[in-house]
Design a binder for this molecule. Structure first.
Ligand code: CA
Length: 227
């Protein structure tokens, strides 16, 4: 579980923010003093840090964490625009900041972005290639040579999983799990329909496949000659 430390002494901010972070599925620990946050940060995946804490300056909290060698991402909450210069200019070790009053949705988006940056997929998975197919995973776009493929969300996922495993068979079970997950609309017949639609968009022929081969009794393989 992703652990978030929220160092904020104002309950009018800390309480709703802690609830919102909890709803996002994070394990949230609220600290109203800087020292408590410093003591607990070793176990945290992210620290949301108010600059005006009763016992110490938030910038000193950030410095203390970095001096301990902690690389945990720090998102600073600041009430004053001129404090932004301090956060950025003094290089206290903060990764991003949000000025108060902030929109909850914006803060949550920053939190997700910081967590993605530190726990995200390895960079080499941002773009996938096989034959003349290129998938920009982050942008959710797929190309055949320079032509963009117009895929539905499920077709895109299916292609992504197959291309990521190009040259090897992906079992029907794994495809169901990775593409449909807990989606109740997923069935083995749905899988076959989507493979068929994907083949059509790729201009592929099931009887003489250039891209997606059916491996009887197992699953499907995205062909990758030479790999
Ligand atoms: Ca404060």
């Amino acid at each position: 579980m992703t652990r978030v430390i929220l160092a904020e002494d104002d309950p009018a901010i800390a309480e709703p923010l802690a609830r919102a972070l909890g709803r996002e599925g994070y394990d949230v620990q609220v600290h109203d003093h800087g020292q408590g946050a410093i003591d607990a940060a070793g176990q945290a995946d992210l620290v949301v840090l108010d600059l005006g804490l009763p016992d110490m300056d938030g910038l000193d909290v950030a410095r203390a964490l970095r001096n301990q060698g902690l690389t945990v991402p720090i998102l600073v909450l600041t009430a004053r625009a001129d404090e932004v210069d301090l956060v950025v200019g003094l290089d206290a070790g903060a990764d991003d900041y949000v000025t108060k009053p902030f929109r909850l949705a914006e803060l949550l988006a920053r939190v997700r972005a910081l967590l993605r940056r530190t726990h995200g997929e390895p960079a080499d998975e941002d773009e996938l290639h096989a034959q003349n197919i290129r998938i920009d995973v982050a942008a959710h776009r797929a190309f055949q040579d320079d032509r963009e493929l117009h895929l539905t969300a499920k077709e895109f996922e299916l292609l992504r999983v197959l291309v990521a495993a190009a040259g090897t068979v992906v079992s029907r079970d794994s495809l169901m799990r990775e593409v449909w997950g807990a989606d109740p609309n997923g069935s083995t017949k749905t899988l076959d329909m989507h493979v068929s639609w994907l083949r059509r968009k790729l201009g592929d022929d099931a009887n003489a496949p250039r891209y997606i081969s059916t491996v009887r009794g197992m699953g499907f393989r995205f062909e990758s000659p030479g790999s």
